[in-house]
Ligand binder design. Structure first.
Ligand code: PGA
Length: 224
């Protein structure tokens, strides 16, 4: 049975109390987690409280950050370094299309961020909208240590996902470059998650909107 990653990207949503409520409502039998790695990526502000709740519940849910500083710790006002993130999270999204678009993240910055994550022992989940974004030879050195999420732009937050067949084709192209876990993201919901996770080259999903409701995310987890 392949290992599946079910990743929630809450984006810029949820106060600390809303995040706490979500965790209290996200009730799954831990024994069902087995081959599924659940990763919740909240805002930085909610990471500490979620970390302690997860520890109190002796839960296997993992945490991820949504971003990481491209620099080491030091004089970089407003940035959160890999070392700081590692206190709470084992994963980190890098290069999400919303960051590329709204914050002008280019390849150089993204490579620096991946490098910082790996140095801090955090698994980067690199988001790409097409395979051209990993052609730079600099990725070749780093790429073996990451997870890649294929998220076509037309599918993010639109309710119009890619077809499972095309997503699987893209995943197989990426696997020719490097054999790392490949996730599909873009309008994944409880009703379509399995059509993606059953594809041979897809190792999980990155879920935005449908992860905000704990019950919906339980259903996604169960159906995956
Ligand atoms: P969506 O977002 O599930 O709301 O389409 C996915 C993402 O942006 O990671």
């Amino acid at each position: 049975m392949k290992k599946l990653y079910i990743v929630a990207n809450w984006k810029s949503n949820k106060t600390v109390s809303e995040a706490t409520e979500w965790i209290e409502r996200f009730k799954i039998q831990e024994s069902r987690i087995k081959n599924k790695e659940i990763v919740v990526c909240p805002s930085f502000t909610s990471l500490p409280v979620l970390k302690s709740l997860i520890m109190n519940h002796k839960s296997n849910i993992k945490l991820g950050a949504q971003d990481i500083s491209p620099f080491d710790e030091g004089a970089y006002t407003g940035e959160i370094s890999g070392k700081q993130i590692k206190e709470f999270a084992d994963y980190c999204l890098v290069g999400h299309s919303e960051r590329r678009k709204n914050f002008g993240e280019d390849e150089e910055i993204i490579l620096q961020k991946i490098d910082q994550a790996i140095k801090s022992n955090i698994v980067p989940i690199l988001c790409i909208s097409d395979t051209n974004q990993i052609q730079n030879t600099k990725y070749k050195i780093l790429i073996t240590k990451m997870i890649i999420a294929y998220e076509p732009l037309f599918a993010i937050g639109t309710g119009s996902p890619d077809t499972p067949e095309n997503a699987d084709k893209v995943a197989s192209e990426i696997k020719k470059i490097t054999d790392v876990p490949i996730l599909y993201g873009g309008s994944v919901i409880e009703g379509n998650v399995q059509s993606f996770t059953k594809m041979p080259n897809i190792d999980g999903v990155l879920v935005g909107g449908a992860s905000l409701d704990a019950q919906q995310f339980v259903s996604i987890f169960k159906n995956a």
